[in-house]
Design a protein around this ligand. Structure first.
Ligand code: HEM
Length: 490
């Protein structure tokens, strides 16, 4: 090699090493700042290197233990260390949650959580940040306009017809049945029809339907990956693990054009540019992902609460009968009159928070509950904690729909109750979801009296943040299945 080449190589290596040294120096400086400032926060005592990672069994264990240990004492936030160099601050009170929820702090782009969803959902609305998110949110918002949603009531009722027949045959002669599966198939059926105009009989075909198999499997793979730290690196996961290779090849089926899809196809931004085919696919996959298990979790928990609190069930039933008479369907104009049902649904989502945690990274330094927090730190919205905080809710463990009656709730901080999140990145599907829930609950309660199987105990289980829609799948719900004897003949 000539002198010139050597000079070039030495120069390039020096440049790279200097750049790396500057980055490392900056990182260490940041880490020192983070450790000194964040260490002051309440939370479990961390190991000097492993942090708190080996002190918990799983995500559910963390949330419930911390709820007793910190939130029960009135803390508004706490810190959990994923190793000593990666703190996550969990915001557990409206005073702390709202500081970040109403800001434009971006979704986290490294580590577990949203990044694991990218191979499936791409840079869709749920995951994207900055101008890409802003543009897509603008383009997608018309798909959830009141008039569009009103058009879905016929479909919600058709889905309910199939569900009711399934529940009737499953609960013949007073038999108890597992509500989670039929609830899950019903909400998937609704979404497939509304997103894609796809009538695949998923409720009747059930688990063996290829779309259902694919969605369930993808969700399972994402959950599993979150607890296997050696699967975090994308390259290793994709090329050296059986799960990663499978994740790569799992394809979803079902393509027909209607409804949400129609709107996405025709949507154009100010420059007349629409969404690309890949973007449309990503958004439809996202609706199915974000809107399926969330709604089925709420429906299942609603059945549980109706079965557990018979007096409340009676009140819901009476209201439904009063409003709808004997017409047998629920129409959009009925919903504003179903006031107690609305309170009931809110209380279900408060106590059994369907999405207990979501995640952001701070893009600027902020003050939280008097603590200075540097930029770059990961922050979780502990929605579950907030919904059950003893300083926010009177007797938070009590199931009491009346707390949402009249103006009482409106006097509270709006960030006390955020099952759909709040601020610029709130759930785009919140009205869609609530309409669907109300139709399904009203139709079920109108036809059946729901009881809980006394031989089974429910142990709540929260799943990890990356599987957003399945965050609250109370794993033992299957065991305590509502009994559904006929209330009246169809
Ligand atoms: C009971 C049902 C539902 C609950 C509890 C729920 C809850 C949430 C929450 C908490 C977020 C914020 C996530 C975050 O901060 O990362 C969210 C976002 C989102 N949800 Fe829902 N959701 C439900 C149903 C739906 C439905 C039915 C759809 C679509 C049809 C949907 C689509 C979305 C999308 C696209 C986002 C991302 C919005 C954005 O970042 O601009 N969700 N949802």
């Amino acid at each position: 090699m000539g002198t010139l080449t050597w000079t070039f190589v030495v120069g390039a290596v020096t440049l790279v090493l200097t750049y790396a040294a500057i980055r490392i120096f900056k990182y260490l400086k940041w880490l020192r700042l983070v450790i000194t400032s964040v260490s002051k926060l309440p939370g479990p005592k961390p190991h000097w290197f492993f942090g708190n990672i080996f002190q918990i069994k799983d995500f559910s264990d963390l949330m419930f233990r911390m709820h007793e240990e910190c939130i029960g004492k009135g803390d508004k936030l706490y810190v959990f260390w994923l190793f000593r160099f990666q703190p996550i601050i969990i915001l557990a009170h409206p005073d702390t949650i709202k500081v970040v929820m109403r800001s434009n702090a971006p979704k986290t782009t490294i580590g577990p959580g949203y990044p694991f969803l990218v191979p499936w959902l791409g840079q869709s609305l749920l995951i994207a940040n900055g101008p890409k998110w802003e543009r897509n949110r603008r383009l997608l918002t018309p798909a959830f306009h009141f008039n569009i949603l009103t058009g879905y009531f016929k479909l919600y009722n058709e889905v309910a017809d199939v569900l009711l027949d399934k529940l009737a045959s499953g609960s013949k002669d007073g038999k108890y049945l597992d509500i989670f599966k039929p609830a899950s198939m019903a909400t998937l059926d609704t979404l497939l029809q509304c997103s894609l105009g796809y009538k695949g009989n998923v409720q009747l075909v059930g688990d063996s339907h290829p779309y259902v198999t694919a969605v369930n499997r993808l969700g399972h793979l994402i959950d599993k990956r979150s607890f296997h730290f050696h699967h975090y690196a994308e390259f290793i996961y994709r090329h050296f693990t059986a799960d990663g290779k499978e994740n790569e090849s799992t394809e979803t089926e079902a393509k027909k054009h209607l409804d949400f899809l129609d709107i996405l196809i025709t949507a154009k931004d100010d420059n007349g540019v629409g969404l690309t085919d890949d973007e449309i696919r990503a958004e439809v996959d996202t609706f199915l992902f974000a809107g399926h298990d969330t709604t089925s979790s709420v429906l299942s928990w609603s059945m549980y609460c109706l079965g557990k609190y018979k007096d409340i069930q009676e009140k819901v039933y009476r209201e439904v009968k009063e409003v709808t008479g004997s017409k047998g369907t629920i129409e959009s104009e009925d919903l504003p009159k179903l006031k107690y049902l609305t309170c009931f649904l809110k209380e279900v989502m408060r106590l059994h928070t369907p999405v207990p945690v979501t995640n952001r990274t701070l893009d600027e330094p902020i003050v939280l509950d008097g603590y200075d927090i540097p930029a770059g730190v990961m922050v979780d919205f502990g929605i579950y904690h907030c919904h059950n905080h003893p300083d926010v809710w009177e007797n938070p463990k009590e199931f009491k729909p009346e707390r949402f009656e009249g103006d009482k709730h409106h006097e509270m901080d709006p960030y006390s109750f955020t099952p759909f999140s709040a601020g610029p990145r709130n759930c785009i599907g919140l009205n869609f979801a609530q309409n669907e829930e109300k139709v399904l609950i009203a139709r079920i309660v109108e036809r059946f009296e729901i009881s809980l199987d006394p031989d089974h105990t429910v142990i709540p289980f929260l799943e990890v943040v990356m599987r957003l829609p399945k965050l609250v799948s109370w794993s033992t719900l299957n065991k305590e299945a509502p009994k559904l004897p006929r209330r009246c003949e169809k």
